[in-house]
Design a binder for this molecule. Structure first.
Ligand code: GCV
Length: 691
């Protein structure tokens, strides 16, 4: 939404030719917002005043719905409009009175807004606007940001400042940021925001706070965004003065029904609840020997008359130390398939563990046929270097979406599960744990915005490739110069594999610092639970390294389809990028490259650092093409990333070497500190632990 003047003169002249005046119907706040956006956008991009009026019969662009605009109604676009549903849009070059016009049309005002943003994107990314014939509708219905924001404005796993929700000054003070947040989301099709942390606080459900939530909802509504809250399961006790929160207890049910009815008096289009229950100490139905389905259905019944939904999280693991934590979500939820009400979706993290640089897809995606499953990604980089590392996540998201579950035979991708098409579910959803805070650039790292952008674009259309998304984002963020676009795209598209390599190559996982997850700590073994210790996950010993999850180990593999089981069970067919996720592998094991496992581990860690150094060089080559402030900011962040990548590499290899007893090959640069030095590093104030 920078809307900088187009600097390609030829293109500018041709756009100016095609865009002279705009017919825009009067109407709802959403249409007004769309009109204002179009005006701001066009005037910025084209560098001239644009006439936008209701009764321009000879405008070069006509916008609206059949209902709001006689001109749109007269253009005979019914056939295209039937394809785009409630939120999609049509952009068409057509004839009016023998003259070419561009029509931006939709079935709803929000669809018009989405169409306007898309049209602006065409201009910002330097595409032709001749002979347009675009029909676009979202593939996924619920496209959400989940904020882990606390009421005191700390953000759990947030690395971009404090929460943007200023609960203290709400509802009377409407910060311009709320409006810009809604504009940014609408520009990429996000249509829901869960504004509170899943580690929930019941206070949000009190009258005083609901008034504040309603004020935010009023801002969002104009932009087609619904508000959702997180539900503290024990709220009936904490703020309702009941003795129990048992979901089958009639008083408890009544309490939630009344509370939910009350919410709808403040927010008539309230979206519903996201709930974390019986996980990491949060209260839930199992406290009363009830199932997750009992808990979810209690909320669902109360929400159903209002059209609200429940997103029940599958991120659960018991308080007792488990045999293999990764097996638990499946064990809990698979037996409940078919037991959830129609307005319940189970929200599943992309992988079975916890947003690691690389995980296989969660086996639940291939296991629940009767329950709509929503995808949960994490935009905030809890395990990916916080907001100081440049990591473009589209390749991570796509890797999961494109994965084949084999649930209904070959070609049953995760994307088809979550867009509802594989089993014909009408509920479908994709959420990203937000990386937004009150930092001036919203995400701490300017490239963090690319991940927010990706969530929106992929949830609208999961067929977009990572390269397409990067290309769009770069053009709108830095400009359309081909050399610049290519260089930044190279950096972005290699950045995910880089972080995998310098943190957790070959399927290693969860070897980050304890609690705050900052930096490496593969040696850590002091946590109260076995599965909070990195040593639990990498299992390095004198023989080798890795977690045996095959039939000879924990048999976690049994939760996948037979085709996948077979492939991963056999060390010779198991993809090497997940080798240590599934196997305990001897240090001398011969890898496909001809190197031993130990040599390969060294190679990967060193190549991760090399990739960051390459990114630095690439960025430095752009000094003249990027404004000074952003150039310097990103240069400094890349320097931190390089320093931390070296820290990861050195400390992990020195530590694993104590087991392998093998040398780091002599052609590699030597670690500049001892293992003891790394072990003694301490970060009492690492960010993101906000409570
Ligand atoms: C909101 C991980 C994070 C927690 C987070 C949890 C979850 O364990 O470290 O901070 O809690 O995931 O997704 O619920």
């Amino acid at each position: 939404m920078r809307y900088d003047l187009i600097n390609n003169n030829q293109l500018l002249a041709s756009y100016r030719n095609s865009v002279t005046s705009v017919h825009f119907p009067v109407g709802t706040p959403t249409l007004v917002a769309a009109k204002d956006e179009l005006q701001t956008g066009l005037e910025g991009l084209l560098g001239r005043k644009i006439l936008i009026q209701t009764n321009l019969s000879n405008a070069s662009i006509v916008v609206g719905t059949v209902k709001s605009s006689n001109i749109i109604a007269s253009l005979g676009m019914d056939q295209q409009l039937t394809k785009v549903g409630e939120e999609g849009f049509v952009i068409l070059t057509t004839k009016k009175d023998q003259k070419n016009v561009i029509a931006i049309a939709a079935n709803s005002d929000v669809g018009v807004l989405h169409g306007v943003f898309h049209f602006l994107r065409l201009l910002q990314t330097g595409q032709t606007i001749q002979n347009l014939s675009i029909t676009s509708a979202p593939k996924i219905k619920y496209r959400l940001l989940d904020h882990w924001d606390n009421l005191n404005r700390s953000v759990e796993r947030g690395y971009a400042g404090f929460s943007i929700w200023n609960w203290h000054t709400l509802p009377d003070y409407i910060d311009q940021r709320y409006i810009d947040y809604a504009r940014a989301n609408a520009s990429i099709g996000i249509n829901g925001a869960v504004v509170t942390n899943v580690n929930a606080n019941a206070t949000i459900l009190t009258k005083e706070y609901l008034e504040k939530v309603a004020a935010l909802a009023n801002v969002f509504r104009t932009y087609g965004i619904k508000i959702y809250l997180t539900g503290r399961f024990s709220a009936p006790i904490e703020i309702g003065k009941l003795k129990t929160a048992d979901p089958l207890n009639e008083d408890v049910k009544r309490w939630w029904k009344n509370k939910i009815d009350e919410i709808y008096t403040y927010i008539p289009d309230f979206g519903g609840f996201l709930i974390k229950a019986n996980s990491e100490g949060q209260p839930g139905p199992q406290d009363y020997k009830r199932s997750h389905a009992d808990g979810a259905n209690m909320f669902a019944e109360a929400l159903a008359p209002h059209g609200g939904i429940v997103m029940w999280r599958a991120f659960v693991y018991s308080n007792e130390s488990p045999e293999d934590r990764l097996k638990q979500a499946y064990a809990e939820f698979k037996p409940l398939d078919g037991k959830f009400n129609d307005n319940v979706a189970v929200q599943v993290k992309n992988g079975p563990l916890d947003f690691q640089p690389r995980e296989p897809f969660s086996p639940l995606f291939g296991a629940m046929t009767k329950t709509p499953l929503f995808m949960e990604y994490q935009l905030t980089q809890e395990y990916l270097g916080f907001s100081t590392h440049l990591v473009f996540m589209a390749p991570l998201f796509k890797e999961v979406l494109d994965a084949d579950t084999y649930a209904k035979g070959k070609g049953s991708t995760v994307a088809q599960v979550i867009d509802g098409s594989l089993y014909g579910h009408s509920l479908s959803g994709m959420a990203g744990v937000a990386n937004i805070g009150n930092d001036i650039d919203w995400t701490g790292h300017p490239f963090g915005q690319a991940n927010w952008y990706t969530l929106g674009r992929l949830s609208w259309d999961h067929d977009l490739s990572s390269a397409q998304i990067a290309n769009e984002w770069i053009r709108q963020t830095f400009g359309n110069d081909k050399g610049l676009v290519d260089t930044v795209a190279k950096m972005m598209l290699s950045s995910r594999e880089a972080v995998v390599n310098y943190m957790t190559p070959l399927g290693l996982h969860h070897i980050m610092g304890y609690g705050h997850h900052y930096g490496p700590a593969p040696w850590f073994d002091k946590a109260s639970r076995a599965d909070w210790n990195p040593v639990y996950f990498h299992r390095a010993d004198s023989i080798g390294i890795g977690f045996d999850r095959t039939s000879k180990g924990t048999n976690y593999l049994s939760q996948y389809a037979p085709e996948l089981r077979k492939k991963y069970e056999d060390i010779s067919t198991c993809p090497e990028d997940l080798l240590l996720w599934f196997h305990h592998v001897s240090w001398n094991h011969k890898m496909k490259s001809g190197r031993t496992l130990w040599e390969e581990l060294c190679y990967k860690y060193y190549s991760g650092v090399d990739s960051v150094r390459r990114m630095q060089k690439e960025w430095n080559s752009l000094e003249k093409q990027v404004d000074k402030q952003r150039f310097q900011q990103i240069k400094m962040l890349l320097a931190i990333q390089e320093k931390e990548a070296v820290w990861w590499r050195n400390s992990c290899l020195l530590y694993f070497q104590t087991f392998s007893k093998m040398p780091i090959p002599p052609n590699y640069e030597k670690p500049d500190h001892t293992l003891e030095y790394y072990k003694n590093l301490n970060f009492p104030f690492a960010p993101g632990n906000g409570k």
